[in-house]
Write a protein that binds this ligand. Structure first.
Ligand code: NI
Length: 138
């Protein structure tokens, strides 16, 4: 196969056993595939740690009946319009809404946005999916 470099890896038996268990749990087809996934995950973490431009999504669940909650969410999102690419709002039931805020920008700004949103009273759940722009990941 072109553009493939082969190398051997030496691991302690215990660590190698743990690795094989992990491969089974993650349903990887081979050790090579597992290594590729681990390396890519590490590159994404580096992107976030080193402050490079990155991408991801913030997911919120909240009760839209809570007083002032929608105004606060909207106000904060306007303050961070530079990093927000898109927002999708879904009505889960009569009370609950799920909102996905797709972001691209510096990790510090993205985390600032997430921190401001998650402390709003009435937010039931907030999470940040740290993905990548993909530019530095082969
Ligand atoms: Ni809704």
């Amino acid at each position: 196969m072109p553009n493939i470099r082969r190398f051997s890896v030496s691991l302690e038996k215990d660590l190698s056993g743990q690795f094989d268990l992990l491969i089974k749990q993650k349903k990887c087809n081979s050790r090579s595939e597992a290594f590729r996934k681990l390396i890519k995950q590490e590159l994404i973490q580096e992107e976030w740690l080193k402050g490079r431009e990155t991408a991801g999504a913030i997911v919120l669940v909240y009760d839209h009946h809570k007083r002032e909650l929608l105004n606060k969410i909207m106000h904060i999102q306007h303050d961070y319009s530079g990093v927000i690419l898109s927002t999708q709002h879904v009505h889960l039931d009569h009370h609950n809404c799920l909102e996905v805020i797709i972001i691209k920008g510096k990790p510090r700004e993205v985390q600032g946005l997430r921190d401001k949103l998650k402390i709003i009273r009435g937010i039931k759940c907030s999470s940040l999916a740290m993905a990548s722009t993909g530019k530095e990941i082969p």
